[in-house]
Design a protein around this ligand. Structure first.
Ligand code: UFG
Length: 356
């Protein structure tokens, strides 16, 4: 059995990061390595790049033992068996999953198969190796159209309007049931708000494969000249300027939240859901003008129709994260935009060296 106490010195602990080559995963690996944890990445590279792993190594200075990479899908039981047999894993941070809301409505089978069935394979193999400490990548999407703003963890959960959101809600329930049946499971469900920004080095960041679905990557590609203008999805919401309001959080803050969750899991057991947000809401127009400031030029936009499924307002009450994890977001909106822009400018084609 390899489920040693998470309270050992960091350099004696090994964290498995599924989806570690992805946007939030790569930044989390940097923070873990910066605090001397050993990291094993499992990523199938379906929506990420091997270059991200090389850059994690470059930025962290991790050697071959501290950082190990496996190209492996979480549905691949044999591949996971190899990983758990070779490494004494102490905890899992589980990011791997498909994440495009719109695509999930077109490909529900793929989303449930990968995100739910894949997670079950992962946790079955983990359990067989005695690994029951899990930090799960959940989302504010589990609150649906929220009943309260700011959103506390007490806010009732609502059915998601798309299969992607449903997979997050399902995994929250499944992991909570694991703990109810067997109190050796130790589960922290982290509900992210809207991650943006990039590592301040400009070496790692978000690399959407196709035309971006999310606001900031889209705005960044307009700024760099790859796309012509940003369409604002509706200006008739009941918000200060009529455009949608979200809680944008710097991806590095989100990453440090995961390290704080690992430390929390070392001292507590149970199953708990925690919001990771800033507590501040910005509108789409706020974001466009903040990004324009970072870039030093106007970002062209038009007002378009609302996007189906969007809600007016969504921002966190981040108090529980502060009380339990001693964590809070420290980066400002200007940091987020400046860092996104640096990444975008230095890597106009993301991790590839030419336009796809
Ligand atoms: N928006 C635009 N134009 C665009 C893209 C987005 O105006 O081209 C607006 C949206 O209407 C919304 C805001 O910008 O008001 C943010 O939209 P994003 O698509 O960036 O983010 P969402 O809040 O819709 O989605 C995010 C995550 C999902 C998660 C969801 C709910 O991307 O994974 O929050 O928590 F499910």
């Amino acid at each position: 059995m390899s489920n040693k106490s998470l309270a050992l010195p960091h350099n004696e602990l090994t964290i498995l990061v599924t989806g570690g080559a992805g946007f939030i995963g790569s930044h989390t690996c940097i923070e873990l390595l910066g605090q001397n944890y050993n990291v094993v990445i499992v990523d199938d590279l379906s929506n990420s790049s091997k270059i991200a792993v090389e850059r994690i190594r470059e930025l962290s200075g991790a050697d071959e033992n501290q950082l190990v990479f496996y190209e492996c899908n979480i549905l691949d039981r044999e591949g996971l068996e190899t990983v758990f047999s070779k490494h004494a894993i102490d905890a899992i941070i589980h990011f791997a999953g498909f994440k495009a809301v719109g695509e999930s409505t077109q490909k529900p089978l793929e989303y449930y198969w990968n995100n739910v069935a894949g997670s079950l394979v992962l946790f079955d193999v983990a359990r067989n190796h005695g690994v029951k400490n899990v930090i799960f990548s959940s989302s504010a999407t589990v609150y649906g159209d929220p009943e309260m703003i700011p959103i506390t963890e007490e806010c009732p959960l609502h059915e998601a309007t798309n299969p992607y959101g449903e997979t997050k809600a399902m995994m929250e329930r499944i992991l909570t049931d694991f703990y109810r049946a067997d109190s050796e499971w130790n589960v922290v469900l982290l509900r992210y708000f809207n991650p943006i920004g990039a590592h301040e080095s400009g070496r790692i960041g978000e690399d959407p494969k196709d035309i971006p679905n999310n606001l900031l990557p889209y705005v960044a590609q307009v700024a760099v000249g790859k796309l012509e203008r940003i369409g604002v999805f509706g200006n008739d919401y009941p918000t200060k300027d009529g455009t949608g309001v979200r809680d944008y959080i710097h991806v590095v803050d989100l990453a440090t939240g995961h390290v704080a969750a690992i430390k929390y899991a070392a001292a507590h057991s149970g199953s708990i859901a925690i919001n990771l947000g800033t507590g501040v809401g910005y509108s789409v127009l706020d974001m466009i003008s903040a990004f324009s400031r970072a870039v030093g030029k106007e970002i062209p936009y038009t007002i378009d129709a609302r996007r189906p499924g969007d809600i007016a307002e969504c921002y966190a009450d981040p108090k529980l994260a502060y009380d339990l994890l001693g964590w809070k977001a420290v980066h400002t909106l200007d940091d987020m935009c400046a860092d996104s822009w640096r990444w975008q400018q230095q890597n106009p084609y993301g991790y590839s060296d030419k336009e796809a």
